[in-house]
Design a protein around this ligand. Structure first.
Ligand SMILES: [Cu+2]
Length: 396
């Protein structure tokens, strides 16, 4: 073996070994530091250590690059041919990243896919899940096919000394295929979505009347829930009455409306299974969003107007606990609109039970209008009448 070449290779290997060792030491130290910091200090410091780790990795790659450059230069000075074929390296990297990337897709579908929501617990939720699954299947097939073509072509047709690029600017047939096929697929998905949503929200007056009526008011940062009581009608509210009756009337319930007196204030939403329920929603400050992911339900709560969502829950909490294998599984209502500092805390418990369990529960709920509110209201009415009389007296 040529001594010069031998020395050259030897020094290259030595340089590489030193770099790798230094990097390993640096990594180990940074890892220790991250572990200590994450135990003792806040998130900010942990982030800066990860940033340092990233910079260290960049330096490492940079050093490797320089070492290779030195290697190339020495070869050139010695009048030798190119040591590393970068076209081959690039081609190989395309093949490598195709395999790594596809494995990443497989990993995220299997590992992270397990963290997806359990089966839809409502009638319409099954339709939404079907649509979600169809979209996922179509996009996954398209994603995998196009990426295999993209990376495999770059690998297969990597530049060699013999190859020459072909000038191929246009192909009408291909253009037709990749315009028409996606257009048909996307139109089908959109039309399917349109009809599904129409099916969920188009409710006949009959269905509307027969549903269990629940009135929900969102505010920073809680939910106020009123059941409509025996008459199954929620009484009137008036925003001008919010805070009246010495601050007791936090929802602005109109006490002159008789239908309000049987309405119930609850601290938990309990729903009978397989019975249609209609939530009427509003907000008294900013936008909130009524979000019950297990039922595939989401609707904005808008100040100054009412919105609604009507659906039928199909799986009781007890059944869901068995299904998911989680003994403490609970349905919950969340706010899905970032509405302020304590937005994250806007939760409300939801429970789906059998009809008889529901009947027992609803008997124990207290009316929203308390005795104290009634007294204050009557007192206010009397004062009004007296002041009206005084007016009449003074007018005379
Ligand atoms: Cu919120």
């Amino acid at each position: 073996m040529n001594i010069k070449k031998y020395l050259n290779l030897k020094s290259l290997l030595a340089l590489l070994a030193v770099t790798v060792l230094t990097f390993q030491q640096g990594m180990a130290q940074a890892q220790d530091a991250v572990e200590t910091v994450s135990k003792n200090d806040g998130l900010g410091k942990m982030v800066s250590y990860y940033l340092l780790l990233f910079l260290l990795a960049c330096v490492f790659i940079g050093v490797i690059g320089k070492v290779l450059q030195v290697y190339e230069l020495t070869r050139r000075f010695q009048g030798k041919s190119e040591g590393i074929s970068w076209d081959k390296v690039n081609g190989f990297l395309f093949g490598f990243f195709l395999i790594v990337g596809l494995y990443g897709v497989y990993w995220s579908y299997t590992v992270q896919g397990n963290q997806i929501l359990p089966d839809a617990a409502s009638e319409h939720g099954v339709k939404i899940d079907n649509m979600f699954n169809i979209t996922l299947i179509v996009t996954t097939i398209a994603f995998i096919a196009t990426h295999i073509l993209l990376f495999a072509f770059a690998y297969k047709y990597k530049r060699t000394k013999e190859s020459k690029a072909l000038y191929y600017p246009h192909n009408n047939t291909l253009e037709k295929y990749w315009t028409v096929i996606p257009a048909i697929v996307f139109t089908t998905l959109v039309v399917m979505g349109f009809f599904t949503w129409k099916g969920i929200t188009n409710i006949s007056p009959e269905q509307e009347k027969n549903a269990l009526q629940i009135d929900v008011t969102a505010h920073q940062f809680a939910w106020e829930v009123r059941y409509s009581g025996k008459d199954n009608v929620s009484g009137k509210k008036n925003y001008k009455l919010i805070g009246s009756l010495g601050g007791l009337n936090n929802l602005g319930v109109d006490l002159s409306d008789k239908r309000n007196y049987d309405d119930l204030k609850v601290s938990e939403i309990v729903l009978p299974v397989n019975k249609s329920v209609r939530f009427t929603l509003t907000s008294i400050d900013v936008l909130h969003s009524f979000y019950m992911p297990h039922f595939r339900v989401q609707m904005n709560c808008v100040p100054g107007m009412s919105t609604y969502f009507q659906f039928t829950p199909t799986i009781t909490t007890a059944e869901m606990q068995k299904k998911t294998g989680e003994a403490d599984f609970k349905y919950e209502l969340y706010c899905a609109k970032i509405c302020g500092a304590s937005h994250y805390n806007m939760k409300f418990p939801v429970r789906v039970v059998t009809q008889s369990e529901y009947d027992d529960w609803v008997k124990e709920q207290k009316p929203y209008i308390t005795e104290q509110m009634k007294e204050k209201y009557q007192l206010a009415m009397k004062e009004n009448i007296t002041s009206d009389k005084n007016k009449i007296v003074s007018n005379n």
